[in-house]
Unconditional design. Structure first.
Length: 83
């Protein structure tokens, strides 16, 4: 059986009945949506999703910066006075 990675879980049937109430009960915590007692999806607040997307974007930008930092062939030398 796959591990449930949330403190709250709900069946798909329960989710269909009253999703707003479930979101309120979870108080911003992730909710595991179960299908036949296995995680089928996770429901997270929109703010959490936005924060995750920002973190992924930051990580990708960091990777690009490191990649470019290691490629000196594209660099332009300037003095501090020229800044």
């Amino acid at each position: 059986m796959r591990e449930v990675l949330a403190d709250y879980s709900v069946s798909i049937t329960e989710l269909k009945k009253n999703p707003s109430a479930l979101l309120s009960q979870a108080s911003g915590s992730p909710i595991a949506v179960l299908n036949h007692n296995r995680p089928a999806a996770y429901l997270i607040p929109a703010e959490t999703w936005a924060a995750l997307m920002d973190m992924i974007e930051d990580q990708e930008l960091s990777r690009i910066v490191e990649e470019r930092r290691n490629d000196k062939s594209q660099g332009i030398e300037i003095s501090v006075d020229e800044l």
